[in-house]
Design a protein around this ligand. Sequence first.
Ligand code: NOJ
Length: 758
Amino acid sequence: MKKTCLTALIILGSYFAQAQKSNIPSSVKNVEAKVDSLLALMTLEEKIGQLVLYNGSWDLTGPASNLDARQKEQNIKNGRVGAMLNVLSVEATTEAQKLVMENSRLKIPMLFGYDVIHGYSTIFPVPLGETASWDLEAIEEAARIAALESVANGVNWTFSPMIDVSRDARWGRIMEGSGEDPFLTSVVGVAKIKGYQGNDLSNPRTIAATAKHFAGYGFAEAGRDYNTVHLGENELHNTILPPFKAAAEAGVATVMNSFNDLDGIPATGHKVLQRDVLKEAWGWEGFVVSDWASITEMIYHGFAKDKTHAAEIAIKAGSDMDMEGGSYEEGLANLVKDGKIDENLLDDSVKRVLRVKFKLGLFEDPYRYANKDLLGQLSVKEHMAVARDIARKSMVLLKNEKNILPLRSTLKNIAVIGPLADDKDTPIGNWRGQGEANSAVSVVEGVKNAVGSGVKVTYAKGTDLGMGERSFLMPLEINKTDRSGFAEAVEVARKAEVVLMVLGEDAFQSGEGRSQVEIGFAGLQQELLEEVYKVNKNIVLVLMNGRPMDISWAAENLPGILVTWQLGSESGNAIADVLFGKYNPSGKLPVSFPRSVGQEPLYYNQKNTGRPSSPEHVTFSGYTDSEKDALFPFGFGLSYTTFEYGEPKISASQMSPGEKLELSFTLRNTGKVKGREVVQLYLRDVIASATRPMKELKDFQLVELAPGESKSIKFIIDDKMLQFYSANRIWESEAGDFELFLGGNSEDLKKVTFSLNK
Ligand code: NOJ
């Protein structure tokens, strides 16, 4: 045993020396050998330590554990902790890292994780909003900046992207993902991973990413957070897993599992998901981190009898690191000693963690991600410019009657009304990293910045939305009684030529634990809107939202609706850019907007059912008191110009395996201003061994056209595009007829057909 250790030490020493001498990034060569050598030196306790993730108690993003700070510090010094979360600032992370480097036997540096979800200090649109840009380059750039600002604060690991497909507007965390479509969620997730991780994890300006939550978390029953998930195998593989497979293929460093149970098995204890699919079938080599105490929470699921039992289930199932739950710390050593788990299983988890640390280059310099020199880079002008750019691209214009938008330059009197109109905090959104409270540009400010001195901009709040203290963990109190501002708002509206009504959701109405049974305007907002409408019908609704909302009344009555989500630091300026036509809106909905909450979960890629609805009978799949389709469908968004889609042509009507088809058509800008269209390609597999959606997004392109300009657009159809998780329980394409649909949203589409011969 001693001899093995000595050999390992020599090998390891020479690797480090070599790496330092020749400056070889540790990610490039011999990572596996280094991992094995180090593992051979480790005691059982040190191995378990690598699987323990502590909260730093700077910031709480879940229920606190019962270890006190001194106990935690001692454990860190003893090398019993592999990573920490919520430790912020160069000083704090350096100090914590020193505890390990100066006291522990093996000096294995810690990872420092944080929820950098849509920016660290420069805040970008909430992920659902960002996705509405469909602009993968812009999304990648935002993530790159978020990584840089994280490193300036000692953070080397982000718990992002969240790639849970979600179809339920009631679920508060829908704001944190990319909406209802697996393809869009996949490509956005990959763009973010590339932005965070770059091409080389050892680059000290990039950080490790986390694809979360594995899996099914976005399908919580009734949209209630942490709730049970019922997912059949077909849906799991065709809808939920594709974004994770794409993330694994893109080399995401870590995956976080999820709180929910999935058909009776908590995801954290789900061997098939974590071990068989993620690690075995996909060959992914990173590590799985539990969600906050999700290992221990298997006790509450009624799946584990105590922490030791929970640890046994989780490690066997492939959960590698225990976030703040204490089960691994408490249970793993005895489980190994009692022979209940094989040490090799533990070794596999430890190796996965060490691999990421080596790839990050932490063994070359444990402090490389605590880069004070970058502190000057926080929220700098260049970052803010990127934030404004992506914010402009993320807005979705849903209605524009009588060309109320863009606002005419001849306007002399503009009213800006509503509880969110001068709100500098809500645009920062939930999961705001270290985005400063009240630091966003408000709509009132943005509009004032945009107009000349000859234009009167009058603001009236009308009513409060959220009241009292607002924070990540506490419920939000909604104002339901105070109408004292109504009269002023009505007066301001009466005198104005146009009214911008800024309504929607407070930042703390969406996010973790923020599920709602109502998705209309909370509090007195609808009432205020209708009062204002009585005196001035020239209203543009500027919607701020972290989820699709029920805006049926507004859609029926108001001439203009602009969805602005929560747009981040530069919100007001970006909104003004769109309102005044400096930027022609190009965003498209990544989620369906329902007619009412009763339609939820609602999504475009539905199946036909055996009884597609018929207007004449009730015995078909629909509702008797509502249309069944969306008020505004997935992929929808207007522009200040119009686009004409020419007839699509397909290069052949038959395709054989290995062949590719070309789909082409001409897109023309038929309006008077330059515009950008998101051209969307959908596919339907008409008859299959397992029922398929009526259409599924398969590809898209962003096309910019000058007025009157035409462009020929091409899409390639290959076998991969036709594959799905079939009745054979594998991904494959099946011979038969296919329909292709092209258009600017998921409903107004032009169709061509072809068949696959096999
Ligand atoms: C719980 C959340 O579900 C997860 O997404 C987050 O990363 C962790 N808490 C850490 O804050």
